[in-house]
Ligand binder design. Structure first.
Ligand code: SAH
Length: 421
């Protein structure tokens, strides 16, 4: 096996179980005899040793500033049964905390570093697991991972693989980046089989429903964003339900309407759902119709957030409760400044439209923007509008998106619930 030797004193973070080896920490690479190339192959398993030749761990080699993501510490090879053991541990945790129930079969099974599997995301929607690889190493292991999930997670029957957006763009990977690893067995889908023998997913995705806290959602992992749904807002949606009674609610950046359904169940007077994506708006309508077939108090609009808020403001529109859950404004550190300006702008627009005594749920899912910076951006927005604002709750990612205590970078979702006078 290829061995990576670190520069002296560069082993400290690994000894504290931080799972990344940065390329600058590497002194030399000793390729195993089988290698024809001059460097390890992206996705290859490599052993990592200190300058003093202590074995530190084994992980996936990557091209980039993070050169190795450690899978197992203190060993030179992955132990037998590694994938099953890790997946079992992740599943058991979710079961132990009461997350998985008849009324909730939607959950994140593997949250990368947070479940000690850097580079791997697995979301479960009823009987289907969607695997997303963020590293070539995880791509290489996808079939083993799929088998381990089928063996360890009783509710999972089908496995879809969706890594077209998450694998390094230029990496020359073998095999498909998207497709079924274990197909659903419904015979009627035979009709959808292409001549090549590959299963084409039915164009509507109509039959895939998943339950979150008793609410049903159609999950379209094929064309949807990420793995198809934003499971990370589950607990925060439940909080919206608590505050929604008799309120006029605006769910901005609604995607498939997660917050809207909870607001409707909580007894909201009206709910407006807004997203720039027409496809998302179609799904919101499908989800509302499924859960509240006779609701007449819900409206879904495909529009840009800034334009919508500006136009509504001009008409004197106001709300009792607004949810702002924008996409990550900063995907990288160098974009943070602009992102903060974006957060300030959108929050100012929302605060302006809240009736006295109303509530704003505001979020940032940018990992590069920390809690304090986000709070400052929202503070600046409140000051700019000149309203009296108090923080009622500080929100974060839920328990199935755990943060590995040795890897604080895993904290990404933060939210504030504000009371606006
Ligand atoms: N709140 C959602 C997740 C939001 S993800 C949930 O609970 O599921 C962010 C959403 O913002 C995406 O659906 C994306 O289509 C939408 N979006 C991105 N840019 C936008 C813009 N300028 N105006 C309105 N929506 C936008």
């Amino acid at each position: 096996m290829t061995t990576i030797y670190l520069k002296s004193h560069k082993e400290e973070s690994l000894k504290r179980f931080h799972p990344w080896v940065f390329s600058g920490a590497i002194a030399r690479v000793v390729l195993d005899a089988a290698h024809k190339s001059e460097a390890p192959e992206e996705g290859e398993l490599v052993a990592v040793r200190s300058a003093a030749n202590e074995i530190l761990g084994v992980g996936h080699w990557q091209v980039g500033s993070i050169a190795v993501r450690i899978l197992a510490f203190g060993v030179e090879m992955l132990p037998a049964g590694f994938w099953r053991e890790r997946i079992r541990a992740a599943y058991q945790m979710r079961e132990a905390i009461g997350l998985i129930q008849k009324e909730n079969n939607t959950f994140r099974l593997i949250h990368g570093e947070g479940d000690f599997l850097p580079g791997l995301i697995v979301d479960v929607y009823a009987e289907t697991a969607v695997i997303q690889a963020h590293s070539v190493g995880m791509h290489v292991c996808r079939n083993e991972i799929a088998e381990a999930i089928l063996a360890e997670v009783p509710q999972v029957q089908n496995i879809y693989y969706k890594s077209d957006d998450t694998l390094p763009f230029k990496a020359p990977v073998e095999g498909e980046r998207v497709g079924w690893l274990k197909e659903p067995s419904d015979p009627y889908r035979e009709a959808d089989r292409s001549t090549a023998g590959r299963l084409e997913v039915p164009s509507t995705g109509e039959e895939f429903w998943s339950i979150e806290n008793g609410l049903q959602f159609r999950i379209d992992w094929l064309r949807g964003q990420k793995t198809g749904f934003f499971i990370d807002q589950r607990e925060n949606r439940a909080l919206v339900e608590r505050y929604a009674k008799d309120k006029d609610v605006l769910n901005m950046f609604c995607y498939t309407g997660g917050f809207s359904l909870y607001a409707l169940r909580g007894g909201a007077k009206t709910v407006d759902s807004v997203d720039v994506s027409q496809k998302a708006i179609e799904l919101v309508n499908v989800n509302v119709a499924k859960n509240f077939p006779s609701a007449t108090n819900h409206t879904a609009v495909a529009a840009d957030a800034f334009e919508y808020l500006t136009a509504q403001k001009a008409q004197g529109r106001t709300y009792d409760l607004i949810i702002l859950d924008p996409p990550a404004f900063a995907k990288h550190r160098d974009a943070v400044k602009n992102a903060l300006r974006g957060y300030q702008r959108i929050n100012a627009k929302a605060i302006e439209m809240i009736r006295p005594g109303g509530i704003l749920f505001t979020f940032s899912c940018s990992q590069a923007v920390d809690k304090e910076a986000f709070r400052l951006a929202v503070f600046s927005a409140a000051a700019q509008v000149g309203r009296k604002v108090r923080i009622l709750h500080q929100l974060h990612q839920p328990q199935d998106h755990p943060i590995n205590i040795y890897h604080p970078e895993g904290e990404y979702l933060k939210g504030l619930v504000l009371y606006v006078e």
